[in-house]
Ligand binder design. Structure first.
Ligand code: NAD
Ligand code: MG
Length: 396
């Protein structure tokens, strides 16, 4: 591929864990991939360091108050990178000619607007931001269908299914999909033991390092719940055809079962660069920096059922998916508030599912045919959850 045919990739959430993995893969292929836009939330020094290394044409910081710091930092580093700030600037870059591919790796509902902007503009969308699918899955997939935007899921489970199911023609022959789950750092713990879990324990994942929010979600199993909803939207499967299987080695990234008795799985070491390489080069394959999987040295593969008593978040997510309408948006918003309060030491670990359950019960699901309805449900759930978090006793 010649330099002029290189893909221009915008990395949204560049300073995060997925952002780092995406930039690592991009830098391995200067002939075919170029980081043309780097965007982040508020950490200007980290964004500047990435700009020095990757020399994008554009850099954007969502926190508008930090524009001058970014602009001056780029100038002082002798870079010709153009500075932008504010959420609208991020949306405009996602939709603009400066990129043909967008890595959507902002954490939380904050990633929705730029993800929708990229989808509307028909970009190839490497979707790591699962919260935008949970919040507005029908809307997002509908927009992508209309604009011709190709969504490549980056969440490793969905990326695995995408790889097992590249041909839409065989979608009718699907019996069910099975999402694997590591079980998180507290697999096998009962509720009594979970009561005293600290933020430091929750973010220390046994198999890999991720951002703090998804690490807590992984520990409560809400991450798997969000992924069930994500799978529903990406692959058009009803809740009762999506199963979760705990697989502590995290080598089988998910399975797809067909009506003829055949089950396909995708395997690999747990390293997000594989999924990102798939998304960046699809339908071709490129080197990602991930070591080869040697099953002989890995040894055994174990599978077990998830413990829904100790980890009720997974059941709550199924419940929200079945309720439909605004329920998944409410679930997601309440969870974001609860996780953030837990990380700040304001809530106990078991209070996360309790708070999400209370907010879901207090706000009955409504039909969600517009973005405004969903955003209003999101805002309402955040208000209620913040109030509840402020008044809940810590261990609840
Ligand atoms: P992270 O916390 O490491 O990084 C988050 C990024 O989002 C940062 O670059 C931050 O600057 C940016 N950001 C935060 N708030 C923002 C805002 N308001 N506007 C713009 N940017 C903002 O998180 P992560 O682990 O890289 O996860 C990113 C997303 O990818 C999440 O949705 C997560 O669920 C998903 N994901 C992550 C992994 C993983 O292995 N880390 C795996 C699967 C899916
Ligand atoms: Mg995942």
């Amino acid at each position: 591929m010649t330099a002029s045919a290189a893909r221009n990739v915008a990395v949204f959430g560049a300073t995060g864990s997925i952002g780092a993995s995406a930039l690592d893969v991009i830098a391995r292929h200067p002939d075919r991939l170029r980081a043309s836009v780097l965007a982040a939330g508020s950490n200007v020094p980290a964004l500047l360091a990435l700009c020095v290394r990757h020399k994008p044409a554009h850099a954007a910081i969502a926190d508008a108050s930090r524009y001058a710091e970014l602009r001056d930092g780029l100038r002082d580093a002798g870079l010709s990178t153009q500075a932008h700030a504010g959420p609208e600037a991020l949306d405009a870059l996602a939709a603009g000619d400066v990129c043909d591919t967008v890595v959507a790796a902002i954490v939380g509902a904050a990633g929705l607007a730029s993800t929708l902007a990229a989808a509307r503009a028909g970009k190839r969308l490497l979707l790591a931001n699962k919260e935008s699918l949970v919040l507005a899955g029908e809307l997002l997939t509908g927009i992508a269908r209309d604009s011709g935007a190709q969504i490549v899921p980056i969440d490793s489970e969905h990326n695995a299914i995408f790889q097992c199911l590249p041909d839409a023609a065989c979608a009718d022959a699907l019996r069910r999909i099975v999402l694997t789950a590591s079980g998180g750092p507290f697999r096998g713990w009962d509720r009594e033991r979970l009561r005293t879990v600290t933020p430091a324990q929750a973010v220390a994942h046994p198999r890999w390092s991720m951002g703090p929010k998804i690490s807590v979600d992984s520990a409560t199993l809400m991450n798997k719940g969000l992924e069930v909803i994500e799978a529903h939207h990406l692959f058009g499967m009803a809740a009762d055809r999506i199963e979760v299987l705990v697989h502590p080695q995290s080598l089988v990234h998910s399975l797809v079962e067909f009506i003829d008795g055949s089950t396909l799985a995708q395997l690999g070491l747990p390293d997000m660069r594989t999924a990102l390489a798939v998304g960046l080069a699809w339908p071709q394959r490129i080197e990602s920096g991930v070591e080869r999987l040697d099953l002989l040295t890995q040894g055994r593969l174990d599978f077990e059922a998830p413990d829904l008593d100790a980890f009720p978040c997974l059941a709550l997510a199924y419940r929200a998916l079945r309720a439909g309408g605004t329920a998944p948006a409410i679930l997601n918003a309440a969870n974001e508030i609860a996780v953030s309060a837990f990380l700040q030491g304001q809530l106990g670990f078991l209070a996360i599912p309790a708070l999400v359950e209370d907010v879901l019960a207090a706000l009955p699901s409504q039909a969600a045919d517009t973005l405004d309805t969903l955003l209003e449900a999101d805002a309402q759930a955040r208000r209620l959850a913040s109030k509840a978090a402020a008044t809940t006793t810590i261990g609840a």
